[in-house]
Design a protein around this ligand. Structure first.
Ligand code: PMP
Ligand code: GLU
Length: 379
């Protein structure tokens, strides 16, 4: 078939694909412990359910990039969280962080541009850059999954249009240190390089030393801030997120979105308003996640030939299994046959690792890690 050649440059998101595959196998009756999930396993908070149920009679389009009151509320929240003075004109409400990222890249990227992705990095960045005719440039993080400034310096050039910063990071669960962010700030200080700060896990934090990379942007006009309600509010399927950027970028995002998806579901926008109004409930989720994080650490300790760090944020353990198998796609196939779904590090540019999501019940975690241990031992 004579398809667009760009279709050959991209493959389906491995994280989403594996999550669906594991769920499909379970639905068919196979016993699968699915620890691939990039979303919280908690139900929609009750106060959101109630508000949205009361508004189901509403059915009209909203302005393309969001209801005005919601945009004002988000702008207010940004000032609270970042001390960054923005107005509703700097806000676009999008179908999750994914659309916010894509549309921002559409707004800034031209053919020949390069975008630096500290690696391991989330699976989708690379493909979004390619879809926008630019080139992804991978810069390895250091052994602690902190920014490695030397690696970034090696790849920065006149073609560098943007750097993506995701801290806490998916898949590693680590933060970038303030020291590394200060160093980065110095090297890009007078350069026309956008910082795309993907702060989607910024509220899921277990360590008080966290500072968002957004605070280290040398020039606000080159800061593009991405966030969503997917992770921190357990609303991944509701598809609501946003981008904060200068007005020209928001205008381009608006035009793009007006010809593609149009507005985010009205009911999801209502949910977002309610969250900002009532104050989010992430703290409750964090208490549970902290307990699970500890349980997983205890269980993993008993497995020889693997290594990992305690996640400081998000809900992933990124486990080094390279002493057992460096081809982790193959390794994950074995695990799946044995009844455990994990995401191979290849999805994030880091073979030799597997990502285990601890957004699952304690009993699932215990059962899943038992399978993991068995396979690691006999592999
Ligand atoms: N950024 C990162 C790092 C993620 O892990 C995800 C998860 N899908 C997203 C962005 C996008 O999330 P969503 O579109 O659900 O808001
Ligand atoms: N971001 C999540 C993950 O990494 C959800 C899946 C996706 O959108 O890729 O698993």
């Amino acid at each position: 078939m004579n398809l667009n050649p760009k279709t050959k440059l991209i493959i389906e998101s491995l994280t989403l694909k594996l999550n669906s595959l594991a769920n499909e196998l379970s639905a068919k009756g196979k016993n699968i412990i699915n620890l691939t999930a990039g979303e919280l396993d908690f139900p929609t908070p009750l106060y959101i359910q109630k508000e949205v149920k009361n508004k189901v009679n509403l059915n009209k389009y909203t302005p393309t990039v969001g209801i005005s009151t919601l945009k004002h509320m988000i702008a207010g929240q940004i000032y609270k969280d970042y001390k960054w003075k923005v107005t509703a004109e700097n806000v676009a409400v999008t179908a999750g962080g994914k659309q916010a990222l894509f549309e921002s890249m559409f707004a800034i990227l031209q053919e020949g541009d390069e975008v630096i992705i500290p690696t391991p990095g989330w699976v989708t960045y690379k493909y979004q850059i390619i879809l926008n005719n630019a080139k992804p440039i991978l810069a390895p993080l250091n052994k602690k999954f902190d920014l490695d400034i030397k690696e970034i310096q090696k790849v920065i050039s006149k073609r560098t249009k943007a750097i993506i910063l995701n801290s806490p990071n998916n898949p590693s669960g680590s933060f970038y240190s303030a020291a590394s962010l200060i160093a980065l700030k110095k090297i890009i200080k007078n350069k026309a390089i956008y910082l795309i700060v993907d702060d989607i896990y910024s509220k899921i934090i277990y360590d008080k030393t966290y500072r968002t990379p957004a605070l280290f942007a040398p020039q606000k006009k080159y800061l593009i801030l991405i966030n969503s309600f997917s992770k921190s509010q357990a609303l991944a399927g509701w598809r609501v997120g946003y981008v904060i950027a200068n007005k020209e970028i928001i205008q381009a995002v608006t035009s793009y979105q007006s010809h593609t998806t149009g507005n985010v579901s009205l009911l999801s926008q209502i949910a977002a308003q309610e969250i900002i109004k009532k104050g989010d409930k992430t703290k409750k989720f964090i208490q549970i996640l902290k307990k699970r994080r500890k349980i997983v650490a205890k269980l993993l300790q008993t497995i020889p030939r693997i290594s990992y760090d305690l996640p400081k944020g998000a809900f992933y353990y990124f486990i080094n299994v390279s002493r057992i198998e460096t081809n982790t796609e193959k390794f994950c196939e074995h695990l799946l046959e044995a009844g455990l779904a994990l995401v191979p590090g290849e999805a994030f540019g880091s073979p030799g690792f597997v990502r285990l999501s601890f957004s699952a019940s304690t009993s699932k975690l215990i059962k899943g890690i038992k399978i993991f241990k068995k396979i690691c031992k006999k592999y």
